[in-house]
Design a protein around this ligand. Sequence first.
Ligand SMILES: NC(=O)c1ccc[n+]([C@@H]2O[C@H](COP(=O)([O-])OP(=O)(O)OC[C@H]3O[C@@H](n4cnc5c(N)ncnc54)[C@H](OP(=O)(O)O)[C@@H]3O)[C@@H](O)[C@H]2O)c1
Length: 268
Amino acid sequence: MMGRFDGKIVLVTGGNRNTGLDIVEKFVREGAKVYMCGSSDASTAKGVEALKIRSAAWGQSAQPVVSQTCDISDIAQVTALFDTIERESGRLDILVNNAANQGIGHGGPLEMDAARFHDVFNVNVIGGFQVTQMACNRFFMKQESRGVVVFLSSNTAMRAIRHRTAYCASKGAINSMVRALALDLAPLGIRVNACAPGYIYTERWDVLDPAKVARRRLNCPLRKEAKGSDIANVVAFLASEDSANMAGEIVTCDAGCSCQHMPEDVDV
Ligand SMILES: NC(=O)c1ccc[n+]([C@@H]2O[C@H](COP(=O)([O-])OP(=O)(O)OC[C@H]3O[C@@H](n4cnc5c(N)ncnc54)[C@H](OP(=O)(O)O)[C@@H]3O)[C@@H](O)[C@H]2O)c1
């Protein structure tokens, strides 16, 4: 059976766990060869193991996935990852900037350490930029078919969540950067768009008090958080020819949260 991404070479940053892993799975199942990275050897190796288990379940070898540790805020590691892609595949068709520093546990804006603010921006904004720049210069601009970039933003770029100043600010910066990149790169044949998720079920939900899970679901007009596969579907759409006339768009996928002023039980 033909897949939408047959023969395509894809890079998913932070593809070793949670949503990133679902995005990797989506592209592999639709025919692509995927490069993925975690920020450390241990987390990347864990992703490889998780993929082996998944690929057994979907009845396909995990062979089209290549993993390499890459801290995207470190230009030397980004260069090494692109060296591998060039040596092995000689091209890149799709870049998914999924990796993120969540900036959890930094406290409120009055007490947070400015160095941690830098850490979040170094990964989410500068890291995303330098991976994109390298993808364009080393591959997309040299290929007749050019390439596609999809960023993972967040609905918190538009509606803030508490005690996550750096993270919310970084996602706002990503939205602006996506529009700016799209403006400059669209005339060159490179499309840049973003998916902005709301709640996604990740391993962090496994340890939540069930009352908190229920409360979160009540916050959603659709009464459910996204599965990683829901987000992967939007990312795949933005990476595919189905979105061939879209550039600089931020596609929200948040169970309707952004269209609501207040959750139902406090809407008095
Ligand atoms: N979860 C949500 O509810 C939610 C909501 C809105 C938007 N999003 C966005 O959706 C994307 C995926 O979210 P998620 O919750 O699945 O993410 P996550 O569980 O926090 O995982 C983050 C991923 O990014 C990688 N990463 C972190 N710092 C990195 C660095 N310096 N270099 C390379 N990789 C790095 C992590 O690798 P390690 O394993 O090595 O740490 C991990 O694979 C993110 O962009 C996130 O901001 C998530």
